[in-house]
Design a binder for this molecule. Structure first.
Ligand SMILES: Cc1cc2nc3c(=O)[nH]c(=O)nc-3n(C[C@H](O)[C@H](O)[C@H](O)COP(=O)(O)O)c2cc1C
Length: 182
């Protein structure tokens, strides 16, 4: 299984969590780490390059920090320009059919504020629905998300542990709804 990790962070050099995750997963075999903001500092995405990259892998990971309950802007742009009619959807748009999508998300807010009646009112799963709907339309199997909450002030030890947990989750070949504890 070949995995494409699309890392989406506008300031990866200043990042703590996503930088550590990206560096850790780059050590694994059969993994391509693709730093989206690094590849396109001017924001102009090379659509043909991105489509070829996606075609060459079986599983796609979107790794990003939660920004305003959503993705950083360039990941939205990636969807807008890369997921074209006739490639990702439409009667002949089957390039992603049978591939898998996993989200790996870091969030400043603690897990217990992401629920009905708490400060943020909605769960992370609810907030990430547009990505799930995109996967549904494009024939990507939407696998369980890896979420890391309350990222501020984590110790170096906890950060290293989170990187191991991230890699184990997103590269798990058995990852599927039925194999993840609820
Ligand atoms: C522009 C911006 C928006 C953010 N929005 C949210 C948010 O909606 N919910 C949340 O829990 N954290 C939010 N955060 C906190 C980030 O998710 C957090 O800083 C990030 O996950 C830390 O990862 P890093 O060390 O890789 O930067 C936001 C941070 C920034 C800079």
């Amino acid at each position: 299984m070949k995995t494409l990790v699309i890392v989406v962070h506008p300031h990866l050099e200043q990042s703590r969590i996503n930088k550590a995750w990206a560096e850790r997963i780059a050590k694994e075999e059969n993994v391509t780490v693709h730093n989206l903001y690094g590849a396109y500092p001017d924001g102009k995405i090379d659509v043909a390059r991105e489509q070829k990259l996606a075609e060459a892998h079986d599983r796609i990971v979107f790794q990003f920090p939660l920004y305003w309950y959503s993705t950083p802007a360039l990941l939205k742009e990636w969807q807008d320009v890369v997921l074209t009619y006739g490639w990702a959807y439409g009667s002949e748009g089957n390039a992603l059919h049978g591939k898998e999508l996993v989200l790996a998300v870091s969030a400043g807010g603690a897990k217990d504020v992401y629920q009905a009646g708490a400060r943020n009112q909605f769960t992370l799963s609810e907030l990430l629905r547009p990505l799930q709907a995109m996967a549904n339309l494009t024939g990507l199997e939407f696998l369980p998300t890896h979420a890391y909450h309350g990222v501020y002030g984590v110790s170096d030890e906890a950060l290293a542990e989170s990187a191991e947990a991230y890699v184990a989750h997103v590269l798990n070949p058995e990852l599927s709804l039925k194999n993840v504890a609820l």
